[in-house]
Design a protein around this ligand. Structure first.
Ligand SMILES: [Zn+2]
Ligand SMILES: [Zn+2]
Length: 310
């Protein structure tokens, strides 16, 4: 039974929205009335959102979306939560609801061109086949925290770097069956369509992404290693509920398992790093000596709770 007082919703839908700005105004009003927080992106091609709110208000939000013909088919991924996981509400209009950055004339409409959708079970089974390439469709720092066993994780900082990476790696991928996955499925809609457009014919995507894969009663997140990176205050969420679960990230100082990301406290750096509680105490939350020295010289304490005496 879900007794948590809040819920986090993750959802998207590629559907033509005739007047994105008008839609934005009414949608923002709805979210404000329900006191939701989170990030929603609206475009002529669809809507992409993640919000937190009380159970009652998130339920009303989903009802409102289902009552609107545009979003009646929306699939919501729901996580229980103890409170809001976003500091505020942001609703914006963008050309793309997830930015792959292709020029207008080369843009992908996932309703016309995309990879074949695999259910969590089908995806798990396909991963076991010979000569399959599982491509992580997310950024490098997301894959660092957790990824499918044996996945190929492109060293990219931003989704829009994918096309260049694919061009470089096309020779290694030719003739192989390609599986793609991302957090909730939206990036794969375009990514798998793009890969297909580049001349690959066996292209498949994990429907509903890692989040749905972790909730599937049958696969229960099997063979996903580490945590799933999410763009809210939780940072990482559990996916694998089987005996194959493991932590793949380690404290950069002592090497002990650590899955909590922190940002290097030197503001000019801000890199996302893993430092265990004991080393946070001794070394501070810094990526290394250079940032620690710079921070100490600037009077920044080793730890957030520490008070500097000047
Ligand atoms: Zn440590
Ligand atoms: Zn640093």
């Amino acid at each position: 039974m879900n007794k948590s007082p809040y819920q986090v919703l993750l959802y998207y839908r590629y559907v033509p929205i005739p007047d994105p700005s008008g839609y934005l105004d009414s949608h923002r009003r709805l979210c404000e009335e329900l006191e939701l927080r989170g990030r929603i992106i609206i475009g002529a091609e669809g809507i992409n959102g993640t919000v937190s709110g009380t159970v009652a208000s998130t339920e009303r939000y989903m009802e409102a979306m289902r009552a609107d013909p545009l979003t009646a088919e929306m699939e919501f991924k729901i996580d229980p939560s103890e409170g809001h996981v976003f500091p505020k509400l942001s609703v914006k209009v963008r050309r793309e609801i997830v930015t792959l950055g292709l020029p207008d004339e080369g843009d992908i409409n996932p309703n016309q061109l995309t990879g074949d959708r695999l259910s969590p079970r089908e995806f798990y089974e396909a991963m076991q086949e010979e000569d399959v390439v599982v491509i992580d469709g997310r950024n490098d720092y997301e894959a660092d925290l957790g990824r499918f066993k044996n996945a190929l994780c492109p060293p990219i900082r931003n989704f829009r770097d994918f096309p260049a990476w694919l061009k470089e790696n096309t020779p290694n991928l030719r003739g192989r069956k390609i599986l793609t996955y991302c957090t909730g499925g939206i990036r794969c809609e375009k990514l798998s369509g793009y890969i297909r457009k580049e001349g690959f014919d066996q292209v498949y995507q994990l429907d509903g992404g890692i989040v749905k894969y972790g909730k599937d009663p049958e696969v229960q997140g099997r063979d996903f290693e580490g945590l799933c990176y999410v763009f809210d205050e939780r940072v990482g969420v559990e996916v694998n509920h089987t005996e194959t679960r493991k932590i793949i990230t380690h404290c950069r100082y002592c090497g002990v398992e650590e899955s909590r990301y922190g940002n290097c406290r030197w503001p000019d750096c801000n890199e996302q790093i893993f430092v265990c509680p004991a080393c946070r105490e001794n070394e501070g939350l810094f990526c290394g000596d250079a940032c620690r020295t710079a921070a100490l010289e600037a009077g920044i304490a080793l730890n957030p709770d520490e008070v500097t005496v000047s």
